[in-house]
Write a new protein. Structure first.
Lengths: 411, 426
């Protein structure tokens, strides 16, 4: 084991991305993450086990592409917690773990017999992090969520859109990523606190709380100036109100469903853009100041949209970047993954080997550590793939015992 | 009571795109010293202002992102101040900076210059493309990060003649900042083990790329391209509309489709409760769903009957929603164990009874104005080492003497340089 977090052991009940993303980071950084799955339900606590996308025609619980992406570098064991022996095995696993992590609906782990009080009896300094849509306290704690529900209730969905149209929202579970990421922060903060004080704790995370920390400075315009985001003309999230920038929008480019984003942070960048455009409308002296451009933002947007619409998005990007103006083509997945020199040079799409799937690429991490960089080489564990290692080598049970547990439905 | 990062000193060079990372580290209990240039960082002049009255201490952008930090002013073009920064960093645990690659190196103030005198130093650099990348020197804003990095492609409307949308709230910057905090904590752990710091090179472009869920892995695994849809996941295959309206015109997300026989029974009962059973024309399908013992998500495109049942369930939700406000629908659905959500505007979150009961909205005193204002609170509840979010953003040079020692006030520093303070925009 190497890596920044080598030596940390996590007893991991997380699933989907909102939880699995947290332990994914820890595993890539060298922690030993042991995924506990239910043999009776074949690991389908995690709805992503066995669901789309697939690399080929093979189907079943080992072939889900999303599950593989979210569970790289983890070990996998099965424990049937309906049995007394299974409960005992989990006690043994918690006793040698630093962290218990889960994102069940609030209260599920307690109903399985392992509330924080029980975990603490087993391992007094355990760092227990629970993560659910609304947290374990408060009137909505029993409510059910998925990423899109979290985003709707915490304000992120509403904040994404243009006037006179419904909320565009986030076209993916943005808060599943950050639910997992904030959970990783909570786990590491809990470990650092334990390191200094010797004290464990139960950290309770609510994804909707975490999401509501991400609404940006316009939230204060409501609480300080009584100017709510729910008002005519707002939200207008492709524009920029704080800081105010004009132009700042997504414009049509040549081709079908091709777009380019352009922003001018100040008057100098506007002049640079106007020089590149080099058409009479762009020399309107009213556009020399931010207030002037703001007053005619719709007209300016329409003219710039027209200018961009006959040009290739990547050519415009280069033209404007060469003039010092922030501009970026709206990239499709294929473009940013296969052809973008920035992601290739970063090594952003590492290849992992999965025992059943074979070789497949996954998300890398957006950071490089100079001394202990991440390592992503192993795919997600198959169901119970590491039972022998964990119950044998780590917990010291012999092969006969493990075989008997398999027969008896304990594993 | 202590916080997780009590005793950790962070030196943050003020930037738009790294500010949220410093905010989170301050929340975890670190002493974050924010270093600004003379006259203040440009973000002090970002709208909106308190009472719409401009002033370097009045920007709500500044308040939001710099809360919990202390502030000093240093002119890195002056030798004296460059030396002061060097001393600060030599005694620090973490440096957080978002300078364009090369600018600190030109002043002899970059990681390679400073870590030899502090081998425990952790240096987090947040840039658009990383410190050494073919696209390192491109100009960027939050918008271009999200456009080039993947999220924008996935956000917008079913009608693709409407441009895709950048989601609000500076998520391109914030996403990189969250990854930066995760990385700093991991590096702190390793430093406690080994006594050694390291350089953390964060790329906003990379962060956006790996924070797009199926957008990336549908391509990586199956070479399929997701297409944006109004208010729901971009998808390789079109999916059901999930948006409906309450009687107050507020939007509702009707969620993951009801699919168990219990869900279908619940819907029929709820239709009865609101007196809408006669209006509802698809009772037959819901009853069939109950007989089948529910339907599977995987059946939705290739089993005609299952697809009809899913549609019938969604129609039931839409009809029920048309009889009540969005909030009544949200509570009614969730109390019946149906995962639906109200689409709140940000300010509505802070007055919702659940968030209030959890103590999420946080009052921060602005003693200089004789007022207190409501801010968003902690991302998680951490009882033994609480996340603290309760100190207003620093005034320009407010902690000059505290941090740098006596005689180092922003107005009377002994460097002799005469940088004029830029005038405030009116």
């Amino acid at each position: 084991m190497s890596g920044a977090l080598a030596g940390i052991r996590v007893c991991d009940f997380t699933g989907q991305l909102a939880g699995a993303g947290a332990t994914r980071f820890l595993a890539a950084m060298g922690a030993q993450v042991i995924r506990v799955e239910d043999p009776v339900k074949q690991g389908r606590w995690d709805i992503l086990r066995g669901t789309t996308p697939y690399v080929d025609d093979r189907r079943g619980i080992e072939f889900g592409g999303a599950f593989n992406n979210h569970n790289i570098e983890k070990l996998g064991v099965t424990i049937n917690l309906r049995t007394d022996e299974g409960k005992q095995l989990l006690r043994e696993l918690i006793a040698i773990s630093d962290v218990v992590a889960e994102n069940f609906a609030a209260g599920v782990l307690a109903r399985l017999g392992f509330p924080y009080e029980e975990q603490r009896r087993i391992k007094p300094d355990i760092v227990y992090v629970s993560n659910s849509g609304f947290g374990h306290r408060g009137p909505y704690s029993a409510y059910r969520t998925w990423g899109p529900i979290v985003q709707a209730v915490c304000g992120l969905t509403f904040s994404s859109g243009v006037p006179d149209l419904p909320a565009a929202g986030w076209g993916y579970s943005y808060m599943d990523h950050h639910g997992g990421n904030f959970m990783a922060i909570a786990i590491l903060a809990g470990l650092l606190h334990r390191r200094r004080t010797g004290e464990g704790q139960w950290i309770d995370m609510s994804c909707t709380d975490a999401g509501a920390t991400l609404l940006g400075p316009l939230l204060l315009d409501a609480t300080v100036n009584d100017r709510p985001l729910r008002r005519p003309g707002m939200p207008h999230s492709s524009h920029s109100q704080s800081p105010r920038m004009v132009p700042h929008n997504i414009y049509a480019a040549r081709g079908d469903d091709e777009w380019i984003a352009i922003a001018c942070r100040d008057d100098r960048e506007w002049r640079a853009l106007a020089n590149v455009v080099d058409e009479p409308w762009a020399r309107d002296p009213e556009y020399d100041t931010l207030d002037g451009r703001s007053a005619k933002e719709a007209v300016l947007d329409a003219a710039l949209d027209q200018w961009c619409s006959v040009r290739d998005k990547f050519e415009t990007q280069v033209l404007l970047q060469d003039a010092g103006v922030p501009a970026a083509a709206v990239q499709r997945p294929e473009e940013r993954i296969e052809f973008d020199p920035a992601t290739a040079a970063w090594g952003l799409w590492p290849m992992v080997h999965h025992r059943e799937i074979g070789a497949v690429r996954v998300d890398g991490l957006p950071v490089h550590f100079s001394e202990t960089d991440w390592s992503i080489a192993h795919g997600a564990p198959c169901l119970g793939q590491h039972n022998d290692f964990v119950f044998g080598e780590l917990l010291g049970h012999d092969a006969e015992q493990i075989a008997r547990w398999r027969e008896d439905g304990v594993l | 009571m202590t916080s997780a990062l009590d005793g950790v000193r962070v030196v943050e060079l003020a930037s738009d795109h790294g500010a949220f990372a410093g905010r989170l580290l301050a929340g975890l209990g670190a002493d974050v010293v924010l270093v600004e240039p003379p006259g203040g960082h440009r973000a002090r002049r970002y709208e909106p202002f308190v009472d719409d009255d401009p002033g370097v201490e009045r920007s709500l952008w500044w308040w939001h992102y710099q809360a919990g930090k202390r502030g000093v002013v240093l002119d890195l073009d002056s030798q004296g101040d460059a030396d002061r920064l060097r001393e600060l960093i030599t005694a620090a645990d973490v440096v957080l900076e978002g300078e364009a690659p090369g600018t600190l190196a030109a002043r002899g103030l970059d990681w390679p210059d400073l870590h030899p005198s502090n081998e425990r130093l952790i240096w987090a650099s947040i840039t658009a493309f990383g410190r050494d990348n073919p696209r390192t020197h491109e100009q960027f804003t939050d918008l271009t990060v999200l456009a080039g990095g993947g999220p924008v492609w996935m956000c917008g409307y079913d009608d693709h003649s409407i441009p895709p949308v950048r989601g609000g709230g500076n998520q391109g910057y914030q996403t990189a900042c969250i990854w930066a905090v995760m990385s700093v904590l991991a590096a702190l752990w390793w430093r406690e083990e080994t006594g050694r710091g390291q350089l953390l090179d964060l790329s906003m472009h990379a962060a956006a790329n790996v924070t797009t869920e199926s957008g990336s892995y549908e391509w990586l695994v199956a070479r399929a391209t997701v297409q944006r849809q109004t208010g729901r996941h971009a998808s390789v295959h079109p999916t059901q509309v999930t948006r409906t309206l309450g009687t107050d015109g507020h939007e509702i997300h009707t969620g993951f489709p009801p699919r168990s026989s219990r869900d279908f029974e619940t819907l029929l009962d709820w239709l009865d409760d609101v007196g809408a059973r006669d209006e509802y024309e698809a009772t037959f399908w819901l009853e069939m769903g109950i007989e089948r013992g529910g339907v599977q998500m995987s059946e939705i495109t290739n089993d005609v009957e299952a697809t009809e049942i899913f549609f019938a369930a969604r129609e039931a939700l839409n009809l029920i929603a048309s009889k009540m406000t969005a909030y009544e629908f949200f509570i009614g659905a969730q109390e019946r164990r149906l995962a639906c959500g109200i689409i709140y505007s940000p300010e509505e979150v802070l007055t919702d009874p659940h968030f209030v009961a959890r103590g999420f909205p946080t009052k921060i005193e602005h003693e200089d104005l004789g007022r207190a204002f409501t801010y968003p609170g902690a991302p998680f509840h951490m009882p033994a080492s609480p996340f603290v979010a309760n100190r207003r953003a620093p005034h320009l040079g407010e902690h000059q003497a505290d941090v740098l020692g006596p005689g180092q006030s922003a107005d009377a520093r002994p460097t002799g340089h005469e940088t004029p303070v830029p005038p405030m925009p009116q």
